[in-house]
Design a protein around this ligand. Structure first.
Ligand code: COA
Length: 258
């Protein structure tokens, strides 16, 4: 079965992470499937809302670390045709409502993708984290721009500099999450909300979202590119190589000489 399930019903396209054995970590192929789904959903008038969800135990452990380890060296701006870039651009500029249901860990892009969603529901077991620094990396998905705006500078700095997880109630307090529900009800609740939106006039939803977010698209995409250039370089520097090796060897990284 595919690692991303794509299902459209009653005007709602649902993208479900389906790689639970690897904690729903996201490979290039999975980014590609999600990017294609978003492009199709944007173009198809029969799709009015997209819902992104995971499993009751895990949303996603973020980017597949083996993919990070094997990433080719890149100079300057990231290749815009790479699946991860198509996905990030896709969620950042998606014209219709995006809803997310998050249970369990939401690591790295699992948290930063939520900054681009319109409604986010969390199980009370949700644990959000952006541990880029711990991997010798920098923020992505324009999180260095959007997290301070949403969380306030000090809380964004704490999340991004320490990489420590914060739980659903803290995410509710900073406005990352709309509502916290029991994990077993989370996907169903988010689906109900998505269906509620799908029954509304699409043109009014699209124009409202454009008024809410359209003005920030250029700044968001520019920040993603700026982050991406640094991220692509740092993937090959000693700190990241040590972090990836440590993850593969199931040990703590040793940054003492870096
Ligand atoms: N990339 C690739 N594989 C991953 C992964 C990732 N991001 N996250 C987890 N996995 C794999 C593990 O290697 C393990 O595989 P194995 O069974 O073949 O050894 C399997 O998923 C289970 O992971 P495990 O760490 O044992 O699960 P856990 O319940 O103890 O912890 C997490 C769950 C999400 C807290 C932990 O897996 C984690 O921290 N993952 C890395 C997150 C990360 O740094 N992502 C990058 C963000 S930029």
């Amino acid at each position: 079965m595919s690692d991303i399930l794509v299902h459209t019903e009653a005007g709602v396209m649902t993208l479900t992470f389906n790689r639970v054995g690897k904690k729903n970590s996201i490979t290039a192929a999975m980014y590609g499937t999600m990017a294609d789904g978003l492009a199709q959903a944007a173009a198809d008038p029969a799709v009015r809302v997209v819902l992104i969800q995971g499993d009751v135990t895990i949303f996603t452990a973020g980017n597949d670390i083996s993919d990070f380890r094997n990433a080719p060296k890149s100079e300057g701006q990231p290749d815009p045709d790479r699946p991860v870039w198509r996905f990030l651009r896709g969620i950042a500029t998606f014209p219709k409502p995006l809803v997310a249901a998050v249970c369990g860990p939401a690591v790295g892009v699992g948290t930063t993708l939520l900054l681009h969603c319109d409604l986010v529901y969390a199980g009370d077991n949700a644990a959000f984290s952006v541990p880029f620094v711990n991997l010798g990396l920098v923020p992505e998905a324009a999180s260095s721009l959007l997290m301070p705006r949403m969380f306030g500078m000090h809380r964004a700095s704490e999340a991004l500099l320490t990489g420590d997880p914060f739980m659903a109630e803290a995410a509710l307090e900073v406005g990352l999450v709309n509502r916290v529900v029991p994990p077993a009800e989370c996907n169903a609740f988010a689906r109900q909300q998505a269906l509620k939106l799908a029954a509304k006039p699409l043109s009014a939803l699209v124009e409202t979202k454009r008024l809410l977010k359209g003005a920030q698209h250029a700044a968001v995409v520019a920040r993603m590119q700026e982050e991406g250039a640094v991220f692509g370089r740092m993937l090959h520097e000693p700190a990241a190589r040590e972090a990836f090796a440590a993850f593969a060897e199931k040990r703590k990284p040793d940054f003492s000489k870096i």
